[in-house]
Design a binder for this molecule. Structure first.
Ligand code: BTN
Length: 246
């Protein structure tokens, strides 16, 4: 692994890692913070980052093919690793969230993944993979509407995992995703795992707030196929929500 920058507090590990990537940071360079004050999520949202969670961004070489499959593959490998380690049934919500889905209650978000591509003098194209995992969670530090929509590892794992251990698991998932998408066989493995863990198949969804259809399958390039009353449509971007999910 590359060099590791550690901060008690930072605006965003993602923004710091992007600066390092543009300056030519070597593969595997990591930025970790115990809290973020301007954590970023997908679609220009903020990512609440109180102390107790893992906030980590890593600089990696960008796989050349299937960009839409990459964040899903990181998520699928992370979900798989957390299932193996802690026996919790995480699911993968398109395109970048890990959810905990329990009988009788709405699925809740445990982790979010953000990937940003950037030019790098050392790597050519680099990808910065930013991952937030709720490990311990003080819900009073979150805005009220979020409190019931998030999950944390501390609810499921005893003793609560050390942040350093969760960081190792996250890094392995990110590096493994690059490896998989760098070969045809690995790409097939990535598709199979993403499909196995995909959340919401057979359920109706909205896209950017409008009813859009029922999740049918994940396409070869990471697009989400929906069936509508008359057709099939592929979704490549946007805010997809399953009825009761976060
Ligand atoms: C999302 O769910 O939309 C993605 C959230 C990604 C959050 C992580 S926390 C570490 C890294 N730094 C950031 O500012 N964002 C990512």
């Amino acid at each position: 692994m590359g060099p590791r920058e550690f901060y008690d507090s930072l605006p965003s590990t993602q923004d710091r890692a992007l600066v390092l990537a543009r300056e030519g940071a070597p593969e595997g360079t990591r930025v970790v913070a115990r809290r973020q004050v301007r954590g970023r999520g997908r679609l220009a949202r903020s990512w609440e980052s109180p102390e107790g969670g893992l906030y980590c961004s890593v600089v990696l070489p960008c796989p050349n093919a299937h960009p839409g499959l990459f964040p899903l593959t990181v998520g699928a490998r992370l979900a798989h690793a957390l299932r193996e380690e802690y026996a919790i049934p995480f699911a993968l919500k398109w395109p970048n969230d890990l959810l905990v889905s329990e009988d009788g209650r709405p699925a809740r978000k445990l982790s979010g993944i953000l990937t940003d591509e950037v030019g790098s003098p050392t790597l050519g194209r680099a990808v910065v993979v930013g991952v937030g995992v709720n490990v311990r969670l003080d819900r009073s530090a979150l805005p009220a509407p979020l409190r019931e929509r998030v999950a944390a590892l501390e609810e499921f794992v005893s003793p609560v995992p050390e942040l350093d251990r969760v960081e190792e698991i996250v890094l392995r998932a990110a590096v493994g995703a690059v490896e998989w998408l760098s070969s045809p066989d690995g790409t097939e493995q990535a598709r199979a795992l993403c499909r196995k863990l995909l959340y919401g198949v057979g359920q109706q969804v909205t896209v950017d707030g409008a009813p859009a259809g029922t999740i049918e399958a994940l396409g070869d390039d990471g697009e989400l196929w929906l069936s509508t009353a008359t057709d099939r449509v592929a979704i490549w971007a946007g805010d997809v929500r399953v009825a009761e999910a976060p």
